[in-house]
Design a protein around this ligand. Structure first.
Ligand SMILES: Nc1ncnc2c1ncn2[C@@H]1O[C@H](COP(=O)(O)OP(=O)(O)OP(=O)(O)O)[C@@H](O)[C@H]1O
Ligand SMILES: [Mg+2]
Length: 332
């Protein structure tokens, strides 16, 4: 791997820390001695394997999760252990991944250290963030890789444990366990909590062993509800499932209901929103409007803050960040 003048791979130096970088194009991993990396603002690396050039300092640096200055929590007044929040509901296509990714990005932009965990075999969180990690949650859960190799840096302050097809095998492993299968995720993620301010967990549609694992791990649940016919039915169904988990695990609670796809041109979403407020009052956050930029941004691997910074969708996510962090001054 090279930058314009400096060849940085293959270097050797005693007492220097090796950081790991993977090429976003071919996923080839490199270990590089940190002191050999030139401190340029816009350092461009070139992959020796495929020749791809990519920005190095902001992306793909995964090693610094051991408490050096870059990753120590710096946000004033932040709690010591991470808050753990699942973005979950069984109904598909309601905005879980859009919410998990953009909420995480907004918290990261506010200065919090955020780990986004994708527990879905669709693996769409990496796609939405425009990265192709070589490894992720599967490797951490199966202990093939340690956290430094399984977690990738996606943006400043934002790290990702990627999902993907390989999680199907993990579900089979959980199924085969005689006991404790529901705690597999908890055992893998709990040791990471002192590194982050927030651990946001995106879940798959439906109800599977990994969803159960998520609800045996997180303390808070955020439920996106698309404002369409049958929305309340899906929510009531999910609340029943959550309550069956709460019979065994008391400290997981519903914290936020986020109405999504609010379209003011149509009457019925307003009515559904009123019904939601009537039934679930204090849990209901201000809604995320229908906005075509949410459907377009993933193709560019960008969050709403990058793709459409001035849009209503971005304003909606700023409000959600403030609500979740409990700080009205963030992202103003
Ligand atoms: N507020 C919105 N306005 C317009 N389109 C949206 C909005 N939120 C999400 N979308 C789009 O709707 C589709 C489904 O969203 P998303 O993938 O976030 O849902 P999901 O609940 O994670 O789906 P799944 O259950 O399959 O995981 C995506 O194409 C997304 O870009
Ligand atoms: Mg999803």
């Amino acid at each position: 791997m090279t930058n314009d003048q400096n060849h940085v791979s293959g270097a050797t130096r005693k007492g220097d820390k090796i950081i790991s970088i993977s090429c976003p194009n071919c996923n080839k991993n490199y270990g590089i001695y940190e002191k050999r990396i030139p401190r340029h603002e816009k350092l461009i690396a070139k992959c020796k394997n495929c020749g791809h050039r990519f920005p190095m300092l902001s992306h793909y640096m995964v090693s610094n999760l051991s408490g050096d200055n870059d990753t120590q929590k710096q946000h004033p007044g932040v709690q010591t252990a991470a808050r753990t929040i699942a973005v979950s509901i069984s109904k598909g296509g309601v905005g879980k991944t859009t919410t998990a990714v953009n909420l995480s990005a907004g918290l990261a932009l506010s200065g919090f250290k955020v780990l986004l965990v994708d527990t879905d075999t669709q693996g769409q969180d990496s796609y939405m963030l425009g990265i192709k990690p070589a490894a992720g949650l599967t490797e951490l859960l199966t202990k093939e890789l340690d956290r430094k190799r399984a977690i990738v840096s996606a943006r400043k302050n934002l790290w990702l444990l990627a999902g993907g097809k390989s999680l199907a095998g993990v579900k089979r492993i959980i199924d085969r366990k005689d006991f404790g299968g529901e705690l597999m995720l908890s055992e893998a993620l709990s040791p990471l909590e002192n590194l982050f301010d927030y651990i946001i967990v995106d879940t798959s549609p439906g109800w599977d062993p990994l969803t159960v694992n998520v609800l045996f791990y997180v303390k808070e649940v955020l439920v996106p509800v698309a404002l369409e016919v049958m929305a309340l039915q899906g929510l009531v169904q999910f609340m029943k499932s959550l309550s069956s988990i709460q019979n065994y695990r008391k400290d997981v609670t519903l914290k936020y209901i986020v109405p999504t796809f609010l379209d003011k041109r149509i009457n019925s979403p307003g009515k559904i929103l009123n019904k939601l407020l009537e039934v679930y009052g204090k849990f209901v956050c201000s809604p995320i409007h229908y906005n075509s930029s949410f459907a377009n941004a993933p193709a560019f691997g960008q969050t709403t803050f990058e793709f459409a910074p001035g849009s209503t969708g971005t304003d909606d996510f700023k409000k959600l960040v403030r609500r979740v962090a409990g700080d009205d001054n963030l992202l103003k």
